[in-house]
Design a protein around this ligand. Structure first.
Ligand SMILES: [Zn+2]
Length: 289
């Protein structure tokens, strides 16, 4: 299996220490911080731009990412309408940054983005509406009024490639960029297994009946904070009917065609997913068998 963007995070998250405020303060004092602005990481020379703390950042939300060897790493969320000017680099959108950063930096920046974004949107207690307080280096928020504890969420999303013999089905979602065909995907709903979610999504999106579902790999996907559960679904027939509200077009592709297309050997109106997406790996690993 090929390496997956946003996975392979090398940090020791030190979860057994991070609830200790004194330990955390000692780490912060010698820590390096990855600044974020509007969900964009600071990038310097195609690396994640970790910097020592600056007085100008006092009051900003910061979270503990983990230990890189002996070096504590944090992220800090910088507010403001205008991009903060920091020497030597720039704030870059996460997706394009994932193509230029080394794999480890992409994974660390993805962790930071998902966590900071959760804090930005969970400042108030869903139980009693009081402002909550950050604790444990950012892995918990507590409510001073009702005592409720809130933990950063990761939402499971099934993403599946239906296969029938030597062919797989790819579709064009209405929200996709022009020409892109990919695997099918959707959030797992409450009270649903991964396998059930796969079969339901395929029924809803392309009215395709699926039998056996096989787990392939997972990928953390920080947009905003999902865990993609990559699967293959054995189609029971080639018959499908697209739901026009969601899917514009779907097509069966043979293994040969997938291999040729991924290698850039066909120039037409169909593009397959880029390497940072798990859908790319689902296609590539299946076609390579
Ligand atoms: Zn509360």
């Amino acid at each position: 299996m090929s390496p997956m963007a946003f996975s392979g995070n090398p940090l020791d998250r030190a979860s057994y220490h991070r609830a200790d405020a004194a330990w955390l303060a000692a780490q912060a004092a010698r820590g390096l911080f990855l600044p974020f602005w509007q969900n964009r990481p600071f990038v310097v020379s195609d690396r994640a731009g970790f910097l020592p703390w600056r007085g100008a950042w006092d009051g900003a939300t910061s979270v503990f990412l983990g230990l890189d060897g002996d070096q504590p790493l944090f992220a800090v969320d910088l507010a403001g309408e205008h991009e903060p000017q920091l020497d030597g680099g720039a704030f870059q959108e996460m997706r394009p940054a994932a193509f230029v950063l080394p794999a480890r930096d992409t994974a660390i920046a993805g962790q930071a983005k998902a966590l900071l974004d959760w804090h930005k949107r969970h400042g108030f207690c869903p139980n009693c509406a009081m402002a909550t307080q950050i604790c444990d280096g950012g892995y918990r928020r507590t409510c001073p009024r009702c005592g409720a504890e809130h933990f950063p969420r990761t939402d499971p999303v099934v993403i599946m490639l239906p296969v029938f013999g030597d062919e797989c089905l790819v579709g064009r979602n209405q929200r996709f960029p022009p020409q892109l065909y990919s695997a099918f995907a959707g959030f797992v709903e409450p009270g649903e297994s991964m396998e059930e979610a796969v079969r339901r999504e395929l029924r809803e999106e392309v009215n395709l009946a699926a039998g056996e579902v096989t787990y392939h790999a997972t990928q953390p996907w920080p947009f905003p904070s999902s865990l993609m559960l990559g699967c293959y679904a054995k189609a029971l027939s080639r018959d499908f009917a697209i739901d026009r509200n969601e899917i514009e077009e779907a097509r069966w592709l043979t293994k040969d065609e997938v291999r040729t297309r991924l290698a850039g050997g066909i120039e037409d109106d169909m593009k397959l997913p880029v390497t940072i997406a798990i859908a790319h790996h689902l296609l590539k690993d299946w076609a390579g068998r």
